[in-house]
Design a protein around this ligand. Structure first.
Ligand code: APR
Ligand code: PHB
Length: 394
């Protein structure tokens, strides 16, 4: 017999989207339960990007989980963008009237959110098996799962599908009620983490005839680097030495001098994809974060978009419960999708500009070169890039 539990909002997935939503709802006095398929240790070990827009930081402030972020996060007022031997410093302060981003790993954001939930003793089921969402069009949708051998059924007013791209929430929507838009890129990113000081204090995004590269960091002592690689490549083909040699040869020579080599502590290959599902609602189920959309990591928008979805969804649910106003809930999908598509456009554009496309014609190559020449010579173009990078308003 399934044990029945009642709550107001059931959240599927304890990634940053689910945890942040849970925290914001709890602060507003709205009961919620989180169901996560993986163990807590597994969720906390995942390595992802680490550039936070100010809007994301503001939300983490509101959720009261930002103390460590403000102590350890690095404020960045710009980055470098390079094309072959040329590079340009984008100064956000000047280009966006004083805005900045904060470099703080998503792994750390997840840790802080998890700790806050555990400290407040709010309900969360890790290692849940056979998670299913049912009765989505009824006034009381259900979430079924098995935890430590016991079957459970949660009855709530709403289900938030925060279970990532491979989750079950989006997959439970009948295909006739959802439309998917997708672009898969013909390359991957090989990433390494190493306990070495970064090449320079700010990030470097670059395009070289051998492909894209990115120099990022987690702290002044830990670097995160990426190289474009082919999709069928294998980390086994990449000794540390080969990685450092390739990165060194792609960097403009003036920046390559700052590269400090050391043993990698993590090495992995990730594919790049753009994806949006529309609408982000089916009956009482609402999708947020990677469950509803994916961006290629080039603009560092994944976590930031999850945060803006959570902003819209938590604001809508607060209006529903506290002001008895359902209009924002009904509009959630439309409102969130407007910002999502703008971030999709930006991430797609930056990906096109910075990568070597294997099937590119000589015309395409000249267009890419012209894109850089325009950016390097036009303050308006630099402003547009910087405005998107620091984050469009909510
Ligand atoms: N039941 C319960 N939980 C599930 C299920 C399921 N059937 N399927 C997946 N999950 C969990 C995953 O184990 C994961 O912990 O949902 C969580 C989804 O988390 P993320 O994939 O981190 O997605 P999200 O919270 O939307 O965060 C978006 O994370 O993936 C990055 O680039 C992305 O930065 C972005 C951010
Ligand atoms: C990272 O630090 O992992 C990172 C930074 C910026 C990106 C992508 C990844 O655009």
């Amino acid at each position: 017999m399934a044990k029945i539990i009642k709550t107001q909002v059931t959240i599927v997935g304890a990634g940053p989207a689910g945890l942040l939503l849970g925290q914001l709802l709890s602060k507003a006095g709205i009961d919620n339960i989180i169901i996560e398929r993986q163990s807590q240790e597994y969720v906390l070990a995942r390595i992802r990007a680490g550039v936070l827009e100010q809007g994301t930081v503001n939300l983490l402030d509101e959720a009261e989980v930002s103390q460590r972020l403000h102590q350890e996060g690095l404020i960045h007022h710009g980055f470098d963008i390079a094309f072959n031997q040329h590079h340009l410093h984008l100064n956000f302060k000047k280009l966006t009237q004083g805005k900045h981003v904060t470099v703080y790993g998503q792994t750390e954001v997840t840790k802080d959110l998890t700790q806050a939930r555990l400290d407040a003793q709010l309900p969360i089921f890790y290692s849940a098996d056979d998670v299913q969402v049912n009765d989505l069009l009824s006034p009381i949708p259900k979430v079924n799962f098995v935890h430590e051998g016991q079957s459970y059924q949660i009855h709530s007013d709403f289900i938030a599908g925060c279970d990532g791209y491979h989750g079950i929430c989006r997959a439970s929507i009948p295909p006739s009620s959802i439309k998917e838009f997708e672009r898969i890129y013909p390359f991957g990113w090989l990433g390494i983490l190493s306990d070495t000081p970064p090449v320079q204090e700010e990030l470097i995004y670059g395009n070289h005839p051998d492909g894209f590269y990115l120099c990022s960091m987690r702290s002044s002592k830990r670097s995160r680097y990426y190289l474009q690689c082919s999709l069928d490549d294998d980390v086994k083909n990449w000794s540390d030495e080969r990685f450092w040699d390739s990165l060194q040869s792609r960097l403009p020579s003036t920046l390559a001098n700052g590269l400090v080599r050391g043993p990698s502590i993590e090495k992995s290959i990730a594919p790049l994809r753009s994806f949006v599902a529309e609408p982000l609602q089916y009956g009482k189920l609402f999708l947020a974060g990677d469950a509803g959309h994916i961006v290629p990591p080039t603009g560092a928008k994944g976590l930031n978009l999850a945060a803006s979805d959570v902003f819209y969804l938590s604001t809508a649910l607060k209006a529903f419960y506290l002001d008895h106003d359902g209009a924002l809930v009904d509009n959630y999908s439309n409102t969130a999708l407007k910002r999502i598509w703008k971030a999709e456009r930006f991430s797609w554009w930056l990906t096109n500009m910075l990568h070597h496309f294997p099937d590119k014609s000589s015309f395409d190559q000249r267009i890419q070169q012209a894109e850089f020449e325009y950016l390097f010579s036009s303050e308006q173009a630099q402003k547009a890039l910087a405005e998107n990078y620091v984050g469009l308003p909510y």
